[in-house]
Design a protein around this ligand. Structure first.
Ligand SMILES: *Cc1c(COP(=O)(O)O)cnc(C)c1O
Length: 318
């Protein structure tokens, strides 16, 4: 049996009447860019993520880009970020002619190793981008402590981790200076095209992000700074407004599926001891270790992906 990695048609079936109504509502309004649906979405997401400001943008990539523009990243500035992430995390830094400085990842959580940050800081370092990869939070206390000590900005790439809780219960994207999310269809909360979000608890940054989103124009047609077209469409917001109330139950299902995989790998004697870095037996698999499970949080890991490590990948696949 072939199991697809993600079956969006199956998800659509379960919410079809609500989604169809939202699509028609948007078509009939012909209010297509920003507007009421987007404002509603921003309110809903600010409440869901417990943050002061949620600002809808055109994609997760643009969320990262606009965040770096908002902190005034200049050419030659350096940004510390993990080697292991989607291309966009480092791509946006280069696009602003700044320099991505790569930091190695922890082999168990796949997230950046905070112990390695300090040795990479120079006079040019401006920011750190921790990526909460696969649905699990980075070690934010350590990252924020270093950022405060060296006066660096922290831009969280939470594209794969909407709703994930850090060990103190806070939701990721809400811990650094700006949080970035993606609504690309394969993310846990996906729209019907491209979409993204930036979050912040800082009023000044929020205002700047909103202005940058519309070519730096405020009021309209008066451009004091240079931004871009980073707007999200109303149709994407309408879809997301329907999907958001289902997100927690979908996450719960993902966690149940992850639990089932772990149980089956373990029962079949395939699981290597959790957290081990070396394989004693080349035919075993290292299972993803949810680091904050012990804190009894609901959303310690939202499993955007359930990723295992193996020595003999091709053999195992067979
Ligand atoms: C998906 C993703 C992005 C980019 O989001 P898009 O909406 O596809 O532009 C950035 N970072 C990470 C870690 C991602 O997974």
């Amino acid at each position: 049996m072939k199991v697809p990695l993600l079956d969006l048609k199956a998800q659509y079936k379960t919410i079809k009447p609500e989604i169809d109504a939202a699509l028609i509502r948007t078509a009939e309004s012909q209010n297509l860019i920003l507007g009421q649906e987007v404002e509603q979405l921003e309110k809903n997401l600010a409440a869901y993520l417990d943050c002061k400001h949620a600002i809808g943008v055109s994609s997760g990539t643009d969320a990262l880009l606009i965040a770096l523009m908002a902190i005034d990243l200049k050419p030659e500035d350096e940004v510390i970020l993990p080697t292991y992430s989607f291309f966009a995390t480092a791509g946006v830094v280069s696009r602003l002619n700044a320099k991505p400085v790569f930091i190695d990842s922890d082999p168990v959580t796949f997230n950046l190793d905070p112990e390695k940050i300090k040795s990479l800081i120079t006079k040019k370092t401006k920011a750190i981008i921790p990526v909460h990869l696969y649905g699990q939070s980075c070690e934010m206390d350590k990252i924020m402590e270093i950022a405060n000590e060296y006066d660096l900005k922290v831009i969280e790439d939470a594209a794969q981790s909407i709703g994930t809780q850090y060990k103190d219960g806070r939701k990721v994207g809400n811990i650094g200076h700006i949080g970035c999310f993606s609504f690309y269809p394969s993310k846990n909360l996906g729209c019907f095209g491209d979409g993204g979000l930036v979050t912040t608890n800082d009023d000044t940054l929020a205002e700047k992000l909103r202005i940058l989103r519309v070519h730096g124009g405020m009021p309209k047609y008066y451009h004091k700074i240079i931004g871009g077209n980073f707007r999200i469409d109303a149709i994407q917001a309408a879809v997301l407004n329907v999907k958001l109330p289902h997100l927690d139950s979908w996450t719960k299902r993902r966690q149940e599926n992850a639990g089932l995989y772990t149980k089956l790998f373990t029962e079949n004697g395939l699981a290597e001891t959790e957290g081990k870095l070396k394989f004693d037996d080349k035919n075993k698999v290292l299972l993803p270790e949810p680091v904050y499970k012990k804190y009894n949080l609901k959303y310690y890991h939202i499993y955007n992906q359930y990723v295992i490590r193996v020595e003999n990948r091709d053999e195992l696949r067979k």
